[in-house]
Design a protein around this ligand. Structure first.
Ligand code: NI
Length: 255
């Protein structure tokens, strides 16, 4: 079984010099599928180009909360239209980010709700970005009945109790490099407590490389360190971690 990277940003400039060779290496060394995630209108367009080029790559289109300032309803029409592309498998990443706290929270909430609307209209799962905004994110998802489409809480960063709320709604939790960090204790607890059936692997590359490559440019091959840490925390084999999370990812993106 091969590893499924559920959240990557291979359109990032940091991959401009070696994108083709790096991705071929990933395919040769145990990575099976990658979902490239849009975080703005521009990077959603980039994502569409990448998924047309690479057979092993699927895409999500959507606008990250920090990029919502200048959004218009015309952009929503465009999102809705491109989401019908056969290799677009989700709307995202969308959500709330109160760490950067910009633009204004009301603006972030407005476009979060609008993009949830689109996901429901086109019936695609959502990729949720939520940072320092636990309560508002869950409130909005419940009020808007996000469980109708399901999806993933990307780079899950909250505590175990909230994790249980999300999995009750049918959402998966995205686990990446942070689980290997010395200061990743909270996430290690989540991985110990939550059954593997609710977890998926993600890089969020080029960001959040796991130990021992923390701080360097991240890429999908580094997921082997995340697999190792999950297998250690749950006391199961690496093969099982890969097999189950890959099945989960296929279920998540309906592949
Ligand atoms: Ni991301």
């Amino acid at each position: 079984m091969k590893i499924f990277d559920t959240h990557a940003h291979y359109d990032d400039k940091q991959f401009d010099n070696d994108r083709d060779t790096l991705l071929s290496q990933c395919m040769e060394e145990g990575i099976g599928t990658i979902v490239n995630i849009g975080a703005s209108i521009e990077t959603s367009k980039n994502t569409l180009q990448l998924i047309d080029k690479y057979p092993f790559m699927y895409g999500a289109v959507g606008v990250h909360p920090s990029e919502t300032k200048d959004l218009t309803e015309t952009d929503m029409e465009w999102l809705k239209q491109v989401s019908t592309h056969e290799k677009v498998v989700a709307i995202g990443e969308i959500g709330l980010d109160y760490y950067w706290d910009e633009p204004d929270r009301e603006i972030q909430k407005h476009w979060f709700v609008r993009q949830l609307d689109i996901a429901k209209e086109v019936d695609l799962p959502v990729v949720i970005h939520s940072r320092d905004a636990a309560k508002d994110t869950l409130d909005i998802m419940k009020r808007e009945k996000a469980e109708k489409v399901g999806g993933v809480i990307h780079c899950y960063s909250y505590h175990v109790e909230l994790a249980k709320e999300y999995i009750k709604m049918g959402f998966y939790l995205g686990i990446g490099g942070v689980v290997t960090f010395n200061n990743g204790k909270k996430l290690k607890e989540v991985v110990e407590e939550i059954p593997l059936e609710h977890l998926v692997l993600e890089t969020d590359c080029p960001y959040l490389a796991p130990v021992p490559n923390r701080g360097k440019r991240n890429h999908s091959l580094n997921l082997t360190y995340v697999v190792e840490e999950i297998s250690r925390l749950k006391n199961i084999s690496k093969e099982e971690v890969i097999a189950v999370t890959t099945e989960n990812a296929k279920e998540l993106y309906r592949l």
